[in-house]
Design a protein around this ligand. Sequence first.
Ligand SMILES: *Cc1c(COP(=O)(O)O)cnc(C)c1O
Length: 348
Amino acid sequence: MKNFDLNNLVRANVQTMKPYSSARDEFKDFDVAQMIFLDANENPYPNGVNRYPDPQQNSVKAVLAQQRNLKTDQVLLGNGSDEVLDLLFRAFCEPKVDNVITLPPTYGMYGVLANINAVENREILLSADFQPEVDAILAAVDAHTKIIFLCSPNNPTGNSFTDQSVVTLLQNFKGLVVVDEAYIDFSNKPSWLNELDEYPNLIITQTLSKAYGLAGIRLGIGYASGAIIAVLNKIKPPYNVNELTQQRALERLADTEKIQLEIDSIIIQREDLLKVVQEVAFVSKIYPTEANFVLIKVDDATKRYNQLIAKGIVIRNRTTQPLCENTLRLTIGTTEENKLLMEVLKSI
Ligand SMILES: *Cc1c(COP(=O)(O)O)cnc(C)c1O
């Protein structure tokens, strides 16, 4: 990647600011067990969570880095990937000056976060087969374009983007390219994590909310160069990942076999559901999916959505999204839930 200069991308106030220093940050090299901590106004009586959590979440990061063959300084943890995405806006996008590019139909949070941060969101629609229009994207870039958001596999369409389109953007855009891999564990394609050393402008986000089954604890992950992660660390709230979340994440991350069994079972369920959906008369198209959901086109999305609600099944009506007229998004549930869904689809 030629001409990539991270310092040109960081907001001026972030470059010059002094980060908040938490009490525990300053003593991380000491033997903590041997010390008495009277510095943070905590209640001293132990109950498991009376102390502030590790602000750098070193134990969780060490496991993730080891499992993904990265260094811990390439890992940032957030209160869900939504926080990681928000930190990217706050670190790199000057309100009312800079812009980002997103590719609808896609995950709604990019646009919401752009709005909250008063950053222009340049929307370049995906092609009819839901791939990035690379030429149009590069044509929309100007001197104030800081980030391009790629969601692959994409929500709500379910497909992943071609390697060629991602590589072309990484090579030709001098800002940051975020690849949101919330659904990567359901795909046969390799993660872009393998390319981190190749592209200094690549940021990958993942989450424990989907395949890892921990949506309730809110743990999102950003992977990037040590230099990018250092900028985000500088501005993140000191205790952004709480102690209970760190503990539950560590327990679950140790259980790689169980996680893989659940993923395998969800994929089998997905294929079973697809077979049944093919036979449903009001379904006109099933979009290829590499995620734990499937987007289908039907005769009348709102009517079918309401019929499913009446049968007690809540799905997502995506009909108002661009290129998604009359589409519904179905999440893969348990075997029992899917059986019920399939029966209802056949009966209405
Ligand atoms: C569900 C989802 C996420 C997860 O967000 P969390 O804040 O980590 O729960 C991120 N990106 C996409 C595209 C998603 O669909």
